[in-house]
Design a protein around this ligand. Structure first.
Ligand SMILES: *[C@@H]1O[C@H](CO)[C@@H](O)[C@H](O)[C@H]1NC(C)=O
Ligand SMILES: *[C@@H]1O[C@H](CO)[C@@H](O)[C@H](O)[C@H]1NC(C)=O
Length: 511
């Protein structure tokens, strides 16, 4: 692709002697001609120009191509259009032509044509960071800079940070605005290759979001996105920003773009024709929403409804307490995740009748926690409820059936969660309580309330006991044991749920 690269100091042009040395070494290696690909900065134009003249004196066939595809400036400016990431396209296409044996003149004239159809615009949330230097410009939080260069030069316009879709749209509007002197003409039906270039400090996640937004925005203008490359191709030292480069292509340019190269920095995308449509299919997310139909009330409905309401209000009251416990050992959102589940239940209750079949209710709740609670607790509760659901039906909903269902739920949590009692997780409250409940499978009728009260006591004691346990599973296991002196929030939540169920049932039997 390229035979040589000449580096200067950070953000400075290389001295002519270095450039001449590179040219002469290629010449002595047998190059029939040397093309200098230079970005439009004064220092580079001067130094490369000087080296080119010196090389001609050595009878080397040299030519120079200036890349100036910057779309930032609306008015003609003294600084002129700079060379930005579009230069990488020229490296690739000129390299491919040279590989095919084209003459220097042919390459220069072909590339001069191609350059007319290339445009680049950058946007950034931060200045770049030059080692040992102060930032080249200040950018307050919440603002972004449009149209900046790759050497820490400030841009042409500042605005409030917006969503990726909005920012990309603003960039493409700016690049293609016919009122702007430096715009790139883009028409519906044109074919373009797109480069989404990381200016240095964006994550892969952010790059993927912006890349998708670019494809969507271009296709909505009727542009055919022929190829997409996304990654770090021309960075600006740790700058949290991105540039978009568009290159208008025909069959011939696309062929050169696709030409094989062993340059390790060139992404191997040539075999794949990237169609935006494969990116933008908004496939409906697999909905875990429970079926809305066939729920009919039964004699148990009012009881279960009251219990569920009590569990919800309890979890909402406990939100801050659980968050505080979680801050000691986790990320402090345990109360929030439980509150999310509670709010989802409340919302569901507002629009639905509680089915008479307890198993059906548990399945609904399983779907809701999976969808709305999130995280591993969402998955664990969902497993619990799903496994329990099959054991309580409209016809089999006595105390023994409930105990069996709770036991099946706890077993599923253990099996898939990989934790055991003693590992400082919600199981430390759940398992002792469920073991107690299992007495219901053999208890003589009448003693149910006592068993339930004992089970709640076991859950509370179990949760309290987690103070002395070293975490062996879950998030807290990553924290040094001596720093964790509070009970596990997940276990505390389980105990609170048990307590709420008991309270509600007691209120309802005494009423
Ligand atoms: C390169 O920049 C100079 C100013 O430094 C400007 O006059 C010139 O028009 C630019 N070249 C191109 C091809 O835009
Ligand atoms: C690029 O990918 C193709 C298959 O998609 C593979 O055959 C080829 O060897 C790859 N080229 C490089 C340089 O890795």
């Amino acid at each position: 692709m390229l035979s040589a690269a000449v580096a200067g100091g950070v953000f400075a042009s290389p001295p002519p002697a270095s450039i001449l040395a590179a040219i002469l070494s290629l010449h002595s290696a047998g190059a029939s001609g040397v093309l200098l690909i230079v970005k439009n900065y004064t220092g580079d134009r001067l130094n490369f120009g000087l080296a080119a003249e010196q090389a001609r004196n050595h009878r080397v066939a040299v030519d120079m191509l200036i890349v100036a595809e910057d779309c930032a400036f609306e008015q003609p400016s003294k600084a002129g259009r700079r060379g930005l990431c579009g230069t990488v396209f020229i490296h690739k296409l000129a390299g491919a032509l040279a590989e095919e044996g084209c003459s220097l003149d042919q390459i220069v004239s072909k590339m001069t044509e191609v350059l007319k159809g290339i445009g680049t615009l950058g946007v950034s949330l931060s200045p770049c960071s030059v080692p040992g230097c102060l930032p080249s410009f200040e950018l307050p939080p919440g603002e972004m800079e449009l149209g900046l260069g790759i050497h820490g030069e400030p841009g042409v316009k500042r605005s409030k940070v917006a969503t990726a879709d909005e920012v990309v749209k603003m960039m493409i509007d700016h690049m293609t605005n016919p009122d702007s002197q430096s715009h790139l003409p883009v028409q519906s039906g044109d074919r373009f290759v797109v480069c989404v270039n990381n200016l240095g400090a964006l994550s892969c996640l952010e790059m993927a979001v912006i890349t998708r937004a670019a494809i969507v925005s271009l296709e909505s203008r009727g542009v055919i996105v022929a190829r997409v490359m996304s990654g770090s191709f021309m960075t600006s030292l740790e700058m949290a920003g991105v540039s978009l480069t568009l290159m208008k292509v025909d069959q011939e340019t696309l062929r050169l773009f696709d030409a094989k190269t062993s340059a390790c920095a060139w992404p191997n995308i040539s075999s794949v024709s990237v169609s935006g449509r494969s990116y933008i299919t908004d496939s409906p997310a697999m909905s875990t929403r429970p079926q809305e139909d066939t729920h009919s009330e039964g004699p148990l409905s009012p009881v279960m409804c009251k219990v569920l309401e009590k569990v919800c209000s309890t979890l909402l009251e406990k939100q801050e307490e659980l968050n505080a416990l979680d801050r000691a050992a986790g990320d402090g959102d345990c109360g929030n995740t439980h509150a999310q589940a509670a709010k989802a239940f409340q919302e569901w209750l507002r629009h639905h009748v509680v089915p008479g079949c307890p198993g059906q209710l548990l399945s609904v709740l399983a779907g809701l926690v999976q969808e709305k609670m999130g995280g591993s607790s969402g998955a664990l509760y969902s497993l619990f409820l799903t496994a329990a659901a099959g054991h309580v039906t409209e016809r089999r909903s006595n105390a023994a059936a409930w105990a069996t269902a709770m036991h099946a739920g706890a077993q599923a949590m253990r099996r898939y969660g990989g934790a055991d009692p003693g590992d400082r997780t919600m199981l430390d409250a759940l398992c002792p309580a469920v073991d107690e409940l299992m007495k219901l499978t053999s208890a003589t009728p009448g003693g149910e309330m006592t068993v339930l009260q004992n089970a709640v006591q076991k859950a509370v004691t179990g949760a309290e006991s987690t103070r002395d346990l070293t975490a062996r599973a879950g998030r807290a296991s990553y924290i040094a044991a001596e720093r964790v002196t509070m009970p596990d929030p997940g276990a505390v939540a389980v105990a609170a749920i048990f307590k709420a169920v008991l309270q509600s049932l007691e209120e309802q039997t005494s009423a």
